[in-house]
Design a protein around this ligand. Structure first.
Ligand SMILES: C[S@@+](CC[C@H](N)C(=O)[O-])C[C@H]1O[C@@H](n2cnc3c(N)ncnc32)[C@H](O)[C@@H]1O
Length: 245
């Protein structure tokens, strides 16, 4: 079902302009943009010199980062969301809470290499990304090889991906892809809320919904494996360049 455009969308987006670092141009060819277009952000200027920066892909209404950014005021957070209607809600909630350490990118994750410098991110969060089990949709899954190549590129050495999902199918797929695309799974559970990892977990909007249906939540932490060469799938992989001399 198509979501109805929010009332006064444009003026409200403009009112949040100071929180919004990038608004992607829908006319960009995604492959072309990811490979050729560069408007890299100066993250030290955004958050302050030397601050760690963490990024959530598909932030939805922003509930997860609202909580995490309050818990970790010394960290800068980037919230990435392709849907303008949705990111507007997240930005308005952030404004109401007055957190200074979150900025937003209204872009498809496919174009992250256009804006995020290589080796600049310490953690990436993938919370309840759409599983897309249908045949022919693999490329769109946010843990498919082309996205993992992008995450490898923007993550620091030993940078980590934190994934949560209710879909056993998507979880199995992701674990396979992490192993095949330069990540080491360092933590993994198929029932987060009855595991040692439950403490400190921030329940996202989608997670609350799945929990109310009694569904177990799968969680994995995958660390960038430096002993891996990716074949330069996004055109610039500093880690691989170093390994390949
Ligand atoms: C199922 S929702 C989960 C929202 C939130 N993370 C949560 O756990 O409550 C997935 C979100 O990812 C966004 N999304 C899907 N594909 C994306 C992409 N390629 N780039 C950026 N955002 C994307 C969708 O618009 C949607 O808001």
């Amino acid at each position: 079902m198509r979501m109805r455009r929010k009332r006064n969308l444009e003026p409200r987006m403009q009112a949040c302009g100071d929180l919004l670092l990038v608004r992607g141009r829908p006319c960009l060819n995604l492959k072309e943009a990811a490979e050729n277009y560069r408007a890299l952000l100066d993250l030290s200027a955004v958050f302050g010199e030397g601050k760690p920066v963490k990024l959530e892909v598909g932030c939805g209404n922003g509930g997860f980062l609202l909580e995490l950014a309050a818990r970790e005021p010394e960290v800068g957070f980037l919230a990435v969301e392709v849907c303008t209607n949705v990111i507007l809600t997240a930005m308005e909630r952030m404004r109401a809470k007055g957190l200074p350490n979150v900025r937003f990118l209204n872009i498809p994750a496919e174009t992250l290499p256009c804006y995020i410098p290589s080796g600049s991110i310490s953690e990436i969060y993938l919370n309840f990304s759409t599983p897309l089990p249908e045949k022919g949709c693999e490329r769109q899954r946010l843990t498919s090889p082309r996205f993992l190549a992008i995450y490898r590129d923007i993550l620091k050495e030993n940078g980590r991906i934190y994934q949560k999902t209710d879909s056993a199918f998507f979880f199995d797929y992701s674990l396979e892809q992490f192993a095949a695309n330069g990540f080491r799974v360092i933590a993994c559970t198929r029932d987060l809320h009855h595991s040692a990892y439950a403490e400190g977990n921030i329940v996202t909007e989608y997670e609350a919904n799945f929990l109310s249906q009694g569904k177990p939540i799968c969680m994995a932490i995958a660390e960038k494996n430096l002993d891996f060469s990716c074949g330069m799938t996004v055109g610039r992989c500093e880690a691989c360049k170093v390994l390949e001399g």
